[in-house]
Every structure is written in C-alpha cells, then in structure tokens.
Design a protein around this ligand. Structure first.
Ligand code: 5GP
Length: 191
C-alpha cells in the first residue's frame, strides 16, 4: 500500500536488531487517517468472508484491530500479555516469544469473548517471525473457532514468519512487506 510505504520511508527509523521504529505512525502516536486507510485496504481483501470478530494482542495491535473491526461492523478482542486483576473466570492461553521485548509472554483471552461459531480475523501492527500470529491462531483453535486470516500493517518479509504462515495455509494479508532494511534503505516487496 503506497501511502503506508511512503510514511515508512519518511518517518520510519531502522534500529539495531532488525527493529523498525514507527512511533509517529502506530507505536506511540497513532496516525488515525493513515490507519483508517489501512483498515479500508484490509477490509477490501477480506470482504465477504463472514468475519465475526477481530483478534489482536495488546498494545500496538489494538489500533489496527479497532479500525478494521469498525469497518467490518464487528467487535475487536485483544489478548493480554499477563493475567491482571480484572481478568477472572476461564481463559485461553498460548505462549509467545516477544520480538521487541525479547522475552516469553503468555497471551491470555477470557473464554467468554470467543464463541466456537466465530470466524476470526487476526490483526497486528507488525509481523516478524510469526510468533504472535501463531499464538493467536492457537487460542482460536482452543476455542473451536475459525481463523479466517491475518491482517498486518507492516510485515518484515525477510524474517520469514509471513511466508511460513502462508505455506501453512493461513491467508496473511500485509499492507506493506519489507524485503530488506538497513539504515537509510528500506526495500519493499512488490505487491
Ligand atoms: P512476531 O511475533 O511476528 O515475531 O513479531 C511481531 C510482534 O512483535 C508484533 O506484535 C510487534 O508488536 C512486534 N514487532 C516485531 N518486529 C517489530 C518491529 O520491527 N517494530 C516494532 N515496532 N514492533 C515489532
């Protein structure tokens, strides 16, 4: 998606450890107009698929998930990374190694928010090795619901997670895919 690629080129910063900082777009400040355009692009790909819910991980996936869910006319659910005092009752959980925090998290979703009849679109800000999408897919599997696909704002294609998930049969749609990046040079995959 050209608008997103332009924004990444103008505002993104490549940090050590293959991390792309896009604080002014999605990770600290949220560029609502740009994310609304992303949501539109994502909804065009997944339209007519009967999606009943959008599932993401706190915190940075929430903005993407909410805008997509609003356009689809469904609710968004986010997995928490730790069991806080306002989580009670039975939960689904799946382990996930956090790329940016470099530690293992357990993603937690209360069972009451996913029905076995749900058709779920996973959404996230980034896709790197695919840990977060895999853990969310596992939660959907535990709930007996259906994973319709994954909608990602920025995929770092060179890390392989997206292509591994596609090869496993998941419909992964990313608004921008980065094939390589280094300081001052970001190359996008032609979509
Ligand atoms: P994965 O689970 O696919 O390895 O990594 C995706 C998750 O890690 C996303 O939820 C995202 O929050 C975070 N992440 C991975 N790579 C980056 C990156 O380059 N920049 C930022 N801001 N977040 C990233």
């Amino acid at each position: 998606m050209e608008l997103l690629e332009q924004a990444i080129l103008e505002k993104g910063k490549v940090l050590a450890g293959d991390v792309l900082k896009v604080g002014s777009i999605i990770n600290n400040q949220i560029d609502v107009k740009l994310l609304a355009a992303l949501a539109e692009d994502i909804c065009a790909h997944f339209k007519g698929r009967g999606i009943t819910k959008v599932l993401t991980v706190e915190a940075s996936g929430i903005a993407v998930a909410v805008l997509v869910a609003e356009r689809l006319g469904v609710n968004a659910v986010f997995a928490k990374k730790s069991k806080t005092s306002n989580v009670d009752g039975e939960v689904y959980c799946a382990g996930c190694y956090s790329y940016t925090h470099q530690k293992k998290n357990t993603l937690i979703v209360p069972k009451e928010y996913i029905e076995n009849t749900d058709k779920i679109l996973i959404a996230d800000d980034f896709l790197a090795n695919g840990e977060a999408v895999t853990a969310l897919s596992e939660i959907i599997r535990q709930a007996g619901a259906e994973a319709v696909g994954a909608a990602i704002a920025i995929e770092k294609g060179f890390q392989g997670g997206g292509d591994r998930l596609r090869a496993a049969g998941l419909d992964v749609y990313s608004c921008a895919i980065i094939d390589s990046m280094s300081e001052g040079k970001i190359v996008f995959r032609k979509l």
